[in-house]
Design a protein around this ligand. Structure first.
Ligand code: BES
Ligand code: MN
Ligand code: MN
Length: 457
């Protein structure tokens, strides 16, 4: 009989072929044109989990379905592991910058290139492959396993909070495992223990009934594009701190011992400039760049549109201007409260010469996980065994809304077991997932599951 690791190795080609099938489905959650593909992706997960012995149901939500698959063969005395992943992906634009088409997975230079390869279809599939290998080798698992796979992560998981609350019994578990983050490098495994929250808004500013001749009216009508940028400019001070009153009130200060931990991680301003190509770093001077990204909240303009933007000149005073403004939040900040603070700030600074409206588009809370939880320590050992060195704990600037939901609603410890690399091009052209990460990921998942048969929360 093969061991689980041998079985995973034997199955690798078949598994990569299966993952390619899933990657061919353009399950873009934010655009309605892809609705049928979203459903096909949910159906694909249903089929695959069924094939490895899970009992699977597709649950409808007001938008995209949640797939729940359960394997209860370890018996009611054994603990249950909840594995979360998302089958939806970001839009592939700009498509012309892809070397090969985003939904035609291409294996080159040791990586699989496709939208969703790393975020999150490939990382989710790691655990499907690991469980399949353990079942093939041992005929059983040391724990019960529940998969919960959603299709709305990339739009802020708007329906997952109520889904988890309404299905708390179905999803009850002793620990949760999420692979939707990255490590620092193949020789530098890391476990994320902090994720930022997110508040995403749209600010519309309008003035005259329609666009005006800028010569005929300019100087006598407040230009909405200018008014919008004046409002935006009022949201930061000269040091880069957010100037919305009350914004930092709930923020828990970084403790000295944690700042010392963060300082030990080799991520300098030069690394940041190398990674991004920006000419200089920016932000709150009293914090290092790692602290700014991992431990401090922000307010960002994600998009800005108004007036004439085509080639050449058109003298126009635009009637409208719009900005997408989001805040990354840290633990203890409440997205709804922050929305209210931003609204009040705009109320204070917006001039009476324009009308404005602020709309909430998405919200999710930040999360901190317990580094000392026995399951997290089991993950440390599993990485150590398969990546040749002990993982460091790191704070991450991105957001995964489900993590706080699982902690708050189900009360389970969450393990953020990432297998992506920093240059996987998430949300960008030429997204990829390295085969070596896939291989080691499967081995790590097997090692982790084999250890947790006695863990109870
Ligand atoms: N997997 C990412 C989050 C992530 C990326 C964590 C890299 C760690 C490292 C997730 O799919 C994502 O993109 N989240 C969005 C959140 C959202 C509410 C749309 C984000 O962070 O922008
Ligand atoms: Mn993701
Ligand atoms: Mn994403």
């Amino acid at each position: 009989m093969p061991t689980p690791h041998e079985s995973a190795t034997q199955n690798e080609d078949a598994n990569i072929a299966a993952l390619k099938e899933l990657l061919r489905i353009p399950s873009v959650s934010t655009q309605d044109a892809y609705r049928a593909d979203i459903r096909r992706a949910a159906g694909w997960i249903h089929e695959r989990l069924t094939a490895i012995g899970f009992l699977v149901e597709i649950h409808e939500t007001p938008r995209h379905p949640v797939v729940v698959g359960r394997w209860t063969g370890a018996g009611s005395d054994a603990p249950t592991l909840l594995i979360y992943g998302h089958y939806d992906v970001q839009p592939p634009d700009p498509v012309e910058e892809w070397v090969t088409p985003p939904f035609e997975p291409d294996l080159r230079d040791g990586s699989l290139y496709a939208r969703g390869a790393s975020d999150d279809k490939g990382q989710l599939f790691v655990h499907i492959a690991a469980i399949e290998a353990i079942l093939a080798a041992d005929g059983t698992l040391p724990v019960n396993v529940t998969f919960v796979v959603e299709g709305e992560e990339e739009i802020g998981s708007p329906n997952l909070g109520s889904f988890v609350r309404n299905h708390a019994d179905l999803l009850a578990a002793d620990a949760a495992l999420v692979s939707d983050t990255h490590i620092r490098g193949l020789d530098y495994p890391t476990i994320v223990y902090s994720l930022r929250g997110l508040l995403y808004t749209q600010l519309d500013v309008s003035g005259p009934r329609g666009d005006l001749h800028s010569g005929h009216y300019g100087g006598a009508i407040h230009n909405p594009a200018q008014a919008l940028t004046e409002i935006i400019a009022s949201m930061h001070d000269e040091d880069g701190a957010v100037a919305v009153p009350g914004f930092y009130d709930a923020v828990l200060p970084l403790q000295d011992d944690e700042r010392a931990d963060i300082a030990r991680i080799p991520y300098s301003e030069d690394t940041l400039l190398d990674e991004t190509g920006a000419p200089a770093a920016w932000g709150e001077p009293e914090y290092s760049v790692s602290e700014r990204i991992g431990g401090r909240p922000t307010l960002e303009v994600n998009g800005l549109i108004s007036g004439y933007t085509e080639p050449g000149a058109k003298t126009v005073l635009p009637a409208q201007a719009m900005a997408k403004i989001s805040c990354r939040l840290v633990a203890n900040q409440d997205p709804d409260t922050i929305f209210e603070l931003v609204r009040r700030h705009i109320e204070t600074v917006a001039p009476p010469t324009v009308r404005w409206e602020l709309t909430k588009i998405a919200a999710g809370k930040a999360a901190l996980t317990d580094r000392n939880a026995p399951v997290v320590q089991a993950a440390v050992r599993a990485y150590q065994e398969h990546w040749g060195t002990r993982p460091d704990f790191v704070r991450e600037g991105g957001s995964i809304p489900v993590v706080a939901v699982l902690q708050d609603t189900l009360g389970v410890p969450v393990v953020l077991m990432g297998f992506g690399l920093p240059d996987d091009n998430l949300h960008a052209p030429n997204e990829k997932f390295s085969l070596e990460c896939f291989r080691r990921g499967v081995a790590t998942s097997i090692g982790f599951i084999q250890q947790i048969g006695s863990i109870r929360s």
